[in-house]
Design a protein around this ligand. Structure first.
Ligand code: UDX
Ligand code: ADP
Length: 403
């Protein structure tokens, strides 16, 4: 029986391993973490993270071929394949602070693997890391190997929060990068066989290590760039009287552009986009490519601009001051859970809008950062409504915001 151990029971490690265990009953999967509360939660009825469908998957396999444990060393020692899915935050101090990825957790995981291993292992980079991290990890492992053979693979995860289980069940692609040596290719084949339990072969892409590492950063940069592009358009729409939803629909009909990920918003959030782009910018700078770095930095600049543009609209339309005014924020998460709006409290809030209006000081405002409210309906009630990238009403035109 092949044994897998995953170091890091977080948003990536937990759901990914649960799905591997479900789809591969012939493989034993152990997810380990240094955090006792996290592991306790994974072993309880209250899982530490919420993802639709996750609980069901965990319940089917936990105790059979899926285990959560704090005994990191034991499970690493016994494993044939070790996934490393520890956190890689942006560095806050030292060289590259504010941009480069902090690889402290990664390095300590690699040193531990080298210390405790007694048999050959495939070590898989699962967390997003800067390009060429595998080289550093390889060095740590081989210089401390005591004759054990380690093969490093890069297998970035593309799941999005809120749809993790769906994304893992039906991934657009699985990407595996490895060394172009016979041993490297053999390791790729071993990991490919794991995913082949449920992913069609044509969706499993194999590349060299660096392509796999860079593809993850590139994918997130391209996705974020689309959002910044449509958000940039939203500013122009407001200035010209165009409607950004119409523009985005019209351009998305071009099959070369495609319709997904073109929703204007108050800006992208989440734990990945900004972090990964900053990381990409840093890598470009380190490789003497300032123009390329600047190009990608602009994606973040537009995102910041979109956020401040929104805030400026709010303040400007309320006579340039919000002090002593009460502003309710509806929906604080970085994104909605899914595209599904069934049972969302927002529906009730929208239905109750007349009551809200009656109870508010006048003029009453609604600022919609996600383009979800029915602008016409709310304007008919009497609200002054700002909706990103839509034609402005007279009030907002008279109160221009300075970005
Ligand atoms: C992202 C990537 O999608 C995923 O592939 C990667 O593995 C991790 O990073 P995630 O951050 O979970 O996933 O969420 P995502 O759905 O991509 O949304 C990120 C942000 O962009 C959210 O704030 C969302 O509201 C915003 N967004 C998304 C828009 O503003 N407009 C869009 O059209 C799409
Ligand atoms: P991600 O979103 O990438 O999955 P998380 O922060 O949710 O990141 O999870 C990373 C997990 O890795 C955390 O639970 C953390 O405790 C764990 N971790 C970090 N370093 C180690 C280590 N050396 N050994 C075991 N677990 C670790």
């Amino acid at each position: 029986m092949v044994k897998i151990c995953c170091i890091g029971a977080g948003y990536v490690g937990g759901p990914t391993m649960a799905v591997i265990a479900l789809k591969c009953p012939d493989i034993e999967v152990a997810v380990v973490d240094i955090s006792v509360p996290r592991i306790t939660a994974w072993n309880s009825d209250q899982l530490p993270i919420y993802e639709p469908g996750l609980e069901d998957v965990v319940k089917q396999c936990r105790g059979k071929n899926l285990f959560f444990s704090t005994d990191v060393e034991k499970h690493v020692r016994e494993a044939d394949i070790v996934f490393v899915s520890v956190n890689t935050p942006t560095k806050t101090r030292g060289l590259g602070a504010g941009k480069a990825a902090d690889l402290t957790y990664w390095e300590s995981a690699a040193r531990m693997i080298a210390d405790v291993s007694k048999s050959d292992k495939i070590v898989v980079e699962k967390s997003t890391v800067p390009v060429k991290t595998a080289e550093a990890i390889e060095k740590i492992l081989t210089h401390n190997s005591k004759g054990i053979n380690f093969q490093i693979l890069s297998n970035p995860e593309f799941l999005a929060e809120g749809t993790a289980i769906e994304d893992l069940f039906k991934p657009d692609r699985v990407l595996i990068g490895g060394r172009e040596t016979p041993a490297g290719q053999k390791a790729i084949k071993t990991l490919k066989d794991v995913y082949a339990h449920w992913v069609p072969e044509e969706n499993i892409i194999t590349t060299n290590l660096w392509s796999a590492e860079l593809s993850k950063l590139a994918a997130n940069a391209f996705l974020a760039q689309r959002i910044s592009s449509v958000n940039a358009m939203s500013a122009l729409c407001e200035a010209t009287g165009a409607n950004v939803n119409e523009v985005s629909y019209a351009i998305g009909k071009d099959t070369r552009i495609g319709s997904k990920f073109l929703n204007p918003s108050v800006g992208f959030g989440g734990s990945c986009f900004q972090k990964d782009i900053l990381n990409l910018v840093y890598i470009c700078e380190c490789n003497g490519l300032p123009e390329v770095a600047e190009y990608w930095r602009q994606v973040i600049k537009i995102n910041d601009y979109q956020k401040s543009r929104f805030v400026n609209r709010v303040v400007a339309s309320m006579f340039n001051t919000v002090s002593n005014k009460k502003i309710a924020v509806l929906g604080f998460a970085f994104k909605k859970d899914t595209g599904d709006t069934r049972e969302t409290p927002a529906i009730d809030v929208c239905k109750d809008f007349q009551k809200i209006y009656d109870n508010m000081q006048k003029p009453a405002f609604v600022f919609d950062g996600r383009n979800i409210v029915d602008v016409e309906k709310l304007r008919n009630i009497g609200f002054i409504v700002y909706s990103i990238g839509k034609p402005l009403d007279a009030w907002l035109k008279d109160m221009p915001a300075v970005a």
